[in-house]
Design a protein around this ligand. Structure first.
Ligand SMILES: [Zn+2]
Length: 969
């Protein structure tokens, strides 16, 4: 049980020890007190999230902290961002568990909080350093989340250590956190998201009354951003890019300042930021910030719908919940509750569960269809998830001394004291099921108060209100509350029906497309089966054309096409495809049908039945067909508009190891027909006539883009949609060996090579490759900066592009991977070492690291032959070796022959193959010596050259030298 006296609600009138009068909000939250969720979608999600987080072993959560402190550290590494100390979520997990305890009363949450803090406290260094490792990536950010966790542990679990821990880590932060407040877009990791610190430091001040927190919070106040909203300015006049979630989160700092200082400018910031987000940045789902950035225009928001990753779901919902709570309580206006409702249906409330620590980082609404995926193991979003879901319990009911307010319509109950009397209200009914929402009261004595209900912005008619089953007239006030004031008795019952219907919600109010279909607050998405006719929906008569599907809540079917089904976005499971936004462009690729006998594999459909076809029409002036190469593949004929446009041969000497594409450019856009016919023919090498199809995509490009560029753009789109810079999951296949750029890179030259340059933080270039390694080629300069290297979703290294001499060639090799397909990303950090004058990263290319690097063991020295003009490595140390992995059917040893050369042993794939006597008989030192082996299986092999320490009797020594080891393909 919580101890009432220790709880200090943010929004109540409180007096701190330093005599700051804290603002009295017009209405207050219950701060979880006396509120419980009852059986509903939200309750199931809360229960699920609670078990997700209760089941994380404490030893795993504490492992790195204990290791850093030199304590015994049992348990396993959590992996992902957690183990890499990357935007660390420990503080948020403490916060989430504390709030879940307050929301549910489950003592296991409090026990876990208490244990974690007790054990973590032991790992805090004497100076207050408290991070997971000695090398955290985001010190401001992680400190902020830890402050929140400790404040919540005190507020909601009455944890006895939280305040002293808070004190210690804050003393460290005051001394050590960089206070230059570089704007985040250009800042190095040392400054990450400093502009969100004010809120939690002010909360710490409100909790403890210690001026230290307020003073430190003042340092991070982001008035240069907040004031733009207060003054109704344009944030893009200041910077060209804003990270979406953290900037909304920053606005909540103005919320906390308003509570403490009461100056109206802070409230103006909150109101105007809210209205800006909802009118300019937000999709119908309530989500915002495609690929995590604010867009600044409807056109940008519309074009984002051609791609994926539209809303950082968990973090973005959390920031919006907090903002709306500040606004509801401080303005008393119910309109600020609408966004909360939207997100409980379509934001975090629609998210799938964790999968092995992976989280639904993004919600995607592409017009080409999307699905929900869990990615980014133990990322930031796994921190905000338990916080925001617990917060459902603090977003339903509100109060002031003589009124009870209902913001969310969801089964729940509340206990409230009004005028000295106990009031209990039970809420029942589901909006999405078209239920009347029912409120049943029990009171200790008859009591008079105002009962107020948020009138949602989506209602399609006047709410119908009944008291004790009798319809009554009830008015909606200017603050959007429907109010009933009377004396209430036990068993009094209020029921309200909010009429709702199907409606469209456009991205740009002045453009019909793209639009989403909403049912009341619910964001609907179409099942893919009915896709062919989706773009032809008559948006003017949704309520005539669609009828509800009985026994499927919130689901509708088109009267004249039973395949076209709309159901709530929240009802889609992980991996299930849906179409959320409707735009005629979606027809570009949707209309293909498979005729004849085709089978499906996970990645593609295939057949070897001669005459089977793929047919359909597309819109645009460009079409791209993608398949996977196989050694039993055959040929197919493609016709465009009835004319043969090409024959594709899908043979490759492998089994699905590589995808290939066929593209075709038409002189005009508009409607075209496409057909592919299985010919039953094959090339000589192939063992069968199979044809497979991975994807068909059509686009309409502007006339001024030539055909080659179209291909690049199409490939780029595939990459860009599936592969984010901080993804810790292996992305979907992209063409091997093609480099993809994200962010703004400019073109330059390095001798004859073209080079791409940028200093934009988080810009990246990536590439998929086969084999055991890859080489990154770049150019160093005096203004070179730092970049991270990620392979297969893990951060593996930081590379420095600084060189004291401009135009220095840089090669970085990454080797020793398991043979197979991998992905590398070079991500610009926007920072540099102290000698450098800039953050420039100059990228040339990724090269296959085939052959792999020459790996030396034992003692080797560098030498040079003036005859061959080649440098080499040499050694006379017995058993010293040089090895190299390579792919091919053979390999050539290039060496030089000397009068003191000895005998080398050659091993292939670990087996002794031969011995070579490098002794030179002709009296000339350093002449070329070459030897090769051929006839190996075409595949990956290793050659090893070993110094035997032996020689022929004529030689003056036993030295072995290697110039190069060159694979034979
Ligand atoms: Zn996040």
């Amino acid at each position: 049980m919580k101890i009432q006296i220790l709880k200090i609600a943010l929004c109540c009138l409180i007096v701190c020890s330093s005599c700051h009068i804290v603002l009295a909000s017009p209405i207050q939250t219950f701060d979880y007190n006396g509120v419980r969720l009852d059986n509903s979608r939200l309750k199931s999600q809360l229960d699920h999230v609670k078990s997700e987080y209760l089941s994380i072993p404490n030893d795993d959560l504490l492992k790195g902290f204990r290791q850093r402190a030199g304590l015994a550290a049992p348990g396993f590494n959590m992996g992902g961002w957690y183990s890499n100390d990357y935007f660390h979520v420990f503080g948020q997990i403490i916060s989430g568990l504390s709030r879940m305890y307050a929301a549910t009363g489950d003592a296991a949450c409090k026990a876990k909080v208490d244990y974690l803090i007790e054990e973590w406290e032991k790992t805090i260094s004497p100076d207050g350093f408290f991070y997971y490792t000695n090398n955290p990536n985001a010190r401001h950010y992680t400190y902020d989340k830890m402050v929140c966790g400790l404040v919540d542990a005190k507020l909601y679990c009455n944890n006895s250590r939280a305040v002293s821990c808070l004190n210690r880590i804050t003393d460290w932060a005051i001394v050590n956190l960089d206070q230059t407040r570089v704007y985040a877009y250009n800042a190095s990791n040392g400054n990450t998201e400093w502009y969100t610190l004010t809120e939690n430091l002010y909360r710490a001040y409100l909790l403890t009354g210690d001026q230290k927190y307020k003073d430190f919070g003042d340092i991070w106040a982001y008035s240069e951003f907040w004031d733009i909203f207060a003054n109704n300015g344009n944030i893009f006049d200041r910077w060209q890019a804003y990270h979406a979630y953290s900037h909304l989160n920053s606005v909540n700092g103005a919320g906390a300042e308003y509570l403490v200082k009461g100056q109206p400018q802070y409230l103006n910031t909150l109101v105007n930021a809210h209205d800006y987000w909802l009118t300019k940045e937000t999709y119908a789902s309530g989500g915002y910030g495609p690929r995590e950035y604010l867009q600044g225009s409807y056109d940008n928001l519309i074009s984002s719908l051609l791609g994926e990753s539209h809303f950082e779901t968990q973090c973005g919902s959390w920031a919006a919940f907090k903002l709306c709570k500040y606004l509801l309580t401080n303005t008393g206006d119910a309109r600020f509750g609408d966004w909360v409702e939207t997100l409980t249906y379509n934001g975090i409330g629609a998210s799938i569960g964790l999968e092995n620590g992976n989280v639904q980082y993004f919600s995607s609404y592409s017009i080409y269809g999307s699905s929900k995926k869990a990615i980014n193991k133990w990322s930031c979003c796994t921190g905000t998830r338990p916080q925001a879901v617990a917060d459902y319990a603090d977003l339903i009911w509100f109060k002031d001394p003589s009124n009870l307010y209902v913001n969310l319509y969801t089964p729940s109950s509340v206990n409230w004291i009004c005028d000295g009397k106990t009031v209990n209200v039970v809420q029942r009914g589901q909006l999405e099921a078209n239920d009347e929402i029912e409120f049943t009261l029990s009171v200790s004595l008859p009591v008079t108060f105002g009962f107020k209900f948020r009138v949602p912005n989506w209602i399609s008619g006047q709410p119908v209100v009944k008291i004790n089953d009798v319809v009554v007239q009830a008015n909606t006030n200017s603050n959007h509350w429907l109010e009933i004031s009377r004396q209430w008795q036990t068993n009094d019952k209020v029921s309200i029906a909010f009429p709702m219907n199907l409606r469209t919600k456009r991205v740009d109010p002045s453009k019909i497309y793209p639009y989403a279909i909403m049912y009341g607050p619910i964001f609907l998405a179409a099942e893919p089966k009915g896709l062919n006719s989706l773009a032809s929906i008559n948006y003017n008569q949704l309520n005539l054309d669609f009828v509800p599907v009985s026994d499927r809540i919130g689901t509708f079917v088109r009267k004249n096409n039973p395949e076209l089904i709309l159901k709530p976005y929240y009802a889609y499971e992980a991996g299930e495809k849906y179409f959320a936004y409707i735009d005629p462009r979606m027809d570009d690729y949707s209309g293909f049908t498979f005729v004849g006998s085709w089978s499906g594999s996970g990645q593609f459909r295939y057949t070897n039945s001669t005459g089977s076809k793929i047919e359909g029409k597309f819109y645009g002036n460009y079409i791209k067909v993608e398949w996977s190469k196989f050694n039993d593949a055959g040929k197919a004929e493609i016709k465009i508009d009835g004319q043969v446009a090409g024959i594709i041969d899908q043979y490759g000497p492998c089994r699905g190891c590589e995808n290939a594409v066929w593209t075709y450019c038409l002189p005009n856009g508009g409607e075209h027909t496409f057909s592919l016919r299985v010919l039953g023919q094959k090339c000589e090498e192939s063992s069968n006539t199979y044809i497979n199809m991975v994807s068909i995509a059509a686009k309409d490009y502007k006339a001024d883009i030539n055909c080659d560029e179209k291909i690049d753009i199409a490939d780029l789109a595939i990459f860009y949609d599936t592969w984010l810079f901080d993804s810790t999951t292996i992305p979907e296949p992209v063409p091997i060996g093609t480099s993809f750029f994200n962010g703004s890179w400019s073109d330059g030259n390095f001798f004859n090579w073209s080079v791409k340059r940028t200093d934009q933080q988080d810009a990246f270039v990536g590439c998929a490759f086969n084999g055991t390694g890859t080489r990154l080629c770049g150019v160093g300069s005096k203004d070179g900066g730092l970049a991270e290297v990620w392979i297969d979703g893990s951060l593996i290294d930081t590379k420095d592009f600084y060189s004291s001499i401009d135009n220095t060639s840089l090669n970085f090799d990454f080797s020793g991977l398991q043979d197979g397909e991998h992905y590398i990303i070079l991500k610009v950090m926007g920072s540099h070492n102290p000698s450098s004058t800039g953050n420039i990263v100059s990228f040339l290319r990724f090269e296959p690291l085939d052959p792999g690097p020459m790996i030396r063991t034992g003692s080797w020295n560098g030498g040079y032959s003036v005859v061959t003009e080649q440098p080499f490595w040499y050694s006379s140390s017995t058993n010293a070796s040089i090895s190299r992995s390579f792919t091919g059917t053979g390999i050539k040893l290039i060496s030089t022959s000397w009068q003191d050369s000895g005998i080398a042993e050659i091993q292939i794939d670990g087996i002794v193959h031969t011995s070579l006597d490098l002794y030179q008989h002709n009296g000339v030192n350093g002449i070329p010596y070459e030897w090769e082996v051929t006839g190996l299986n075409n595949g990956t092999h290793t050659i090893l050259v070993r110094v035997t320490g032996t020689k022929n009797p004529l030689s003056g020594g036993n030295s072995v030298n290697v110039v190069d080891l060159v694979p034979i393909k």
